[in-house]
Design a protein around this ligand. Structure first.
Ligand SMILES: C[S@@+](CC[C@H](N)C(=O)[O-])C[C@H]1O[C@@H](n2cnc3c(N)ncnc32)[C@H](O)[C@@H]1O
Length: 267
């Protein structure tokens, strides 16, 4: 992988970038001083923010491992951030060396950086697009040329659907993705909730130097219809970092992580 180019702008003109903050919290090296400072400041205002990054990643690792064991060898990740720290292409290629991965992110700097990181990795692409525009994502060459949609695909929506505030748009987008996937495909969601974490409500009003984070909080009541026609795999709706194929019994409450996680399979 390329090293982060300091010319990327490690100076006071460069604003922090969420994907790099995420990388920092995962122990990665693809971040700048401005991201590290920002992360520490935000974590002080919203305790648990940094842990969320690790919780998302625990979930996606468990899901990718599960799918690889099931024979899935191609993946579409919406809201991918930077593909660092044992992310989907690295993780899956341990099992399927030719695994194919299409990453999608809407932030131009993240996409530019991610493309540098995967340059030279045959079968791995990074698409600049809004995950809410499923038609554009599914028609893009970065997806069409990399994934064979007539075969099973693992669709990851890890920490991204809560950025789609409009419920109707989110439902339409999810339906378009899930309808486009072949039988045997998988769909995994991790999504912020305030159940068990009432403090997350306060995040919606937080403003740090012009940066705000106001996720749309949803729970199984709102999201279960997204899985119509798909069979839930493993434990059902659980605290995302705890998800395993034979994971914990589903609970009425998500405790601790503030993230719902669920995995489903198209029959
Ligand atoms: C919390 S990070 C998740 C990173 C990644 N899924 C992972 O597990 O490491 C969210 C990412 O989603 C991207 N994002 C947010 N809204 C998006 C949208 N509507 N379409 C595409 N990407 C989006 C952000 O730019 C950011 O990189």
């Amino acid at each position: 992988m390329d090293e982060l180019d300091p010319a990327d702008g490690d100076d006071e003109e460069t604003p922090p970038n969420m994907a790099r903050v995420f990388d920092y919290n995962l122990g990665g090296t693809e971040n700048l001083e401005v991201d590290r400072e920002f992360s520490v400041e935000v974590d002080a205002m919203m305790p648990g923010m940094s842990a969320l990054c690790r919780d998302h990643r625990s979930f996606s690792r468990a899901v990718v491992d599960h799918w690889c064991a099931e024979g899935i060898d191609q993946f579409l990740e919406l809201g991918s951030g930077l593909p660092t720290v044992d992310h989907v292409h690295t993780r899956s290629r341990r099992v399927h060396p030719d695994a194919r991965v299409a990453y999608v992110d809407w932030d131009p700097r993240t996409v530019e950086h991610a493309r540098r990181l995967v340059a030279g990795h045959e079968g791995v692409s990074v698409l600049h697009a809004d995950a809410g525009d499923a038609a554009a994502v599914l028609a893009a060459p970065e997806v069409r040329d990399v994934l064979d949609l007539s075969r099973p695909v693992g669709l990851l929506a890890v920490g991204v659907l809560h950025y789609l505030h409009d419920d109707a748009l989110a439902a339409r987008a999810v339906r378009a993705y899930t309808d486009a996937l072949a039988p045997g495909s998988g769909f995994a969601i991790s999504h912020l909730t305030s159940v068990g974490r009432p403090d997350i409500h306060a995040w919606a009003t937080m403003n740090h130097g012009g940066w705000s984070y106001a996720p749309r909080l949803r729970g199984p009541v709102e999201m279960t219809p997204w899985l119509d026609g798909w069979a839930v795999v493993g434990p059902g709706w659980v605290s995302a970092p705890d998800w395993r194929p034979q994971g914990p019994a589903p609970g009425a409450e998500v405790t601790g992580s503030g993230l719902w996680g669920v995995v489903a399979r198209r029959g």
